[in-house]
Design a protein around this ligand. Sequence first.
Ligand code: NAI
Ligand code: OAA
Length: 349
Amino acid sequence: MTTDASTVPEAATVNVPVTRQPVRVTVTGAGGQIGYALVFRIAAGALLGTTTPIHLTLLEIPEGVKAAEGTALELEDCAFDLLRGVTVTDDPAVAFEGVNIAVLVGSRPRGPGMERADLLEANGRIFGPQGTAINAGGADDVRVLVVGNPANTNALIAAAHAPDVPSDRFSAMTRLDHNRAVGQLANHLDVSVGAIHGLTVWGNHSASQYPDVFHATAGGRAVRELVDERWLAETFIPRVAQRGSEIIAVRGGSSVASAANAAIDHVRDWVTGRGVDWTSAGVVSDGSYDVPAGLVCSFPVRSVDGQWRIVPALQLNEFSRSRIAASVAELVEERDAVRALGLLPLARR
Ligand SMILES: NC(=O)C1=CN([C@@H]2O[C@H](COP(=O)(O)OP(=O)(O)OC[C@H]3O[C@@H](n4cnc5c(N)ncnc54)[C@H](O)[C@@H]3O)[C@@H](O)[C@H]2O)C=CC1
Ligand SMILES: O=C([O-])CC(=O)C(=O)O
């Protein structure tokens, strides 16, 4: 089923000159919670700026199509200048035809008492067919952000099913962890978040992740000289790594608005670049920092010419090396588990 709720008149009353074709952005799981928090901000220009027209495609499973159609009606009611059309569909082939930016959210969230890896089999089955559809229909410049959990391994599955798309076009969202770490550190040091630079979340988007402050600065001062190791090991790292569970316990459901915000930060920085500073993203390892090549692991990254590049040659102390190794070991286990389930059938070229 596919419906077009394309109602915003082309260049009718907008102040911004329309100079190019709309960028095609597809959001999966658009009838769900994160989808609802995401698409209005995308349509308002938070993703690609206030002069880039957008066509939004909302992919849902049949049970979710009504909710997505309702969202499309509300998008229409916002009369966003930049929004050139909305397509709602339950067909991945339609959803990914000509897509420039795919944000893969659609999948089950975890509930209280679950770890993200508990979703491996149920959600893993979603990302192979979507990778295949992206391979078949994606635009030459397609970029894919996987949000649905377990995000790193789902990105691995999607990329493995898209052998014609360069693997660096697939990434997994650890930006929420990065933002959480920046927020916690800024609070602790009583500085603004904008004063924090050089922080990295390494590894898996799971409780094993390692938020690393050893290269970070706050207002130009080395963070390692401003915090004590006990606070790092006993408060900061576990608080950031367990923040998803904390949110589930406190609000009764997993993070929504902060996740949508992180997805926007990730894609915006990927497309537009970030100068000299870095952020964190799950990208396909090239073997840097002893992370086995091919795993989707969170690294310090910069976007250069629209491509994520791993920040090279950071000196890692023994503590950092062992924390990264533990999280990478979990990624290897997840990869082996989905391989055993037959969800990683293709060798990438
Ligand atoms: N990487 C990260 O930092 C974060 C990831 N998440 C993950 O995001 C995912 C979505 O979370 P919510 O939006 O809160 O869940 P939700 O349950 O509110 O929405 C998920 C939507 O996905 C749809 N869906 C399921 N299978 C689909 C498929 N094959 N194709 C298209 N749509 C499909 C469902 O119908 C539903 O509407 C979960 O896996 C959650 O764990 C959540 C927060 C942060
Ligand atoms: O924890 C969850 O299940 C949702 C999530 O990924 C997060 O909030 O980081």
